[in-house]
Design a protein around this ligand. Structure first.
Ligand code: UDP
Length: 237
């Protein structure tokens, strides 16, 4: 029995490359696609918001650059379209139908995000990969994940990261940092924890959407969350 039926999975662009790397890595993309295809076999409805940080982040790119932030952000949104295209292909190779619905239209390769269509594809057990972020500069794909989760009435957001959840400090640089199993939206904002955008947290709090922060590199983590297992960090009211 599944605890959550419809899930919004947020994966960062970096999940498609070597840790700390750049670009789209073939083996990594295959691993992620195969993992998601397996999750879909449990009957879960999966919508994915994919980031673009493995290719370009607007804020970083425009810093000390003559390319202004807004333009760099549009480039970042295009990066998410590239990632989504690779992921869709990976899912198809794994036998899992998937569609890219994008807030930034590139008619030759994707269709526009339309809420009604997205829900209908999910009900037909097709994965929907939501590309192009919100379609607006100065936003992030975390905020997009929260927004889309509210729109499509997702039961939970799974934020896939390279670590096991939310920690008291950065576990990569501080080995004595401890995992926090449960935390409120309010505490994330209050303690200024950088795990997920504050704008995203606000949308989730407003709409009462639980967020599970988990390690994407651990086999079965996503299915375990859907089955109701207590892994990673739960962010809720
Ligand atoms: N972006 C944007 N608006 C959005 C979503 C994304 O402008 O609604 C741009 C922004 O420049 C961002 C980049 O796309 O840095 C890639 O997204 P993000 O940094 O969220 O990717 P992730 O860190 O999850 O890989």
């Amino acid at each position: 029995m599944m605890k959550y039926k419809r899930v919004l999975l947020k994966i960062s662009g970096e999940s498609l490359c070597e840790p700390g790397g750049f670009g789209i890595d073939d083996a990594q993309t295959r691993e992620i696609a195969e993992m998601i295809a397996k999750v879909c076999k449990t009957g879960a409805q999966v919508a994915i918001v994919v980031g673009g940080g493995n290719l370009l982040r607007g804020k970083t790119f425009s810093k000390d650059s003559y390319i202004p932030r807004a333009t760099a952000d549009y480039m970042g949104m295009l990066a998410t379209v590239m990632n989504a295209t690779a992921l869709r292909e990976g899912l198809a190779i794994s036998g899992q139908p998937a569609r890219v619905l994008s807030a930034i239209e590139v008619p030759a390769i994707n269709e526009r995000f339309v809420r009604r269509n997205c829900i209908s594809y999910l009900e037909q057990n097709s994965v929907t990969i939501l590309a192009g972020g919100t379609g607006n500069p100065f936003f992030s794909t975390d905020t997009c994940a929260a927004l889309r989760a509210a729109e499509i009435d997702a039961d939970v957001i799974i934020k896939a990261t390279k670590v096991d959840g939310v920690f008291t400090d950065d576990p990569v640089t501080n080995p004595s940092a401890e995992l926090i199993p449960k935390i409120t939206y309010q505490d994330i904002l209050h303690k200024d924890l950088k795990v997920i955008d504050h704008a995203a947290i606000s949308i989730c709090r407003e709409n009462n959407i639980p967020i599970r922060v988990i390690n994407i590199f651990k086999e079965n983590n996503i299915s375990d969350v859907l089955a109701g297992k207590d892994i990673g960090t739960l962010i809720s009211n």
